[in-house]
Ligand binder design. Sequence first.
Ligand SMILES: [Zn+2]
Length: 88
Amino acid sequence: MQRAVRLRDGTCRAPGCGRRARACDLDHSVAWEDGGTTDVGNLACLCRHHHRMKHLPGWNLDLGPGGVLDWTTPDGKLHRIEPDPAPF
Ligand SMILES: [Zn+2]
């Protein structure tokens, strides 16, 4: 499953970050303690820096169908990030 998420994402899923998926954490979009499941539809690759950043006040991250991520920044801007699969 980890491999499937890393292949789908290719890189860290934060806006403008190109860190390779294999060097990233697998983040639960809905936290496990909030009922989030450990499956491809609830996991996304985030580098350690962006993994920590998403937990800071004002940031929000929603993972939608097909791995589309919607980031909301503290100033209210929305950034939609599509998966960028790694080349085979
Ligand atoms: Zn990153």
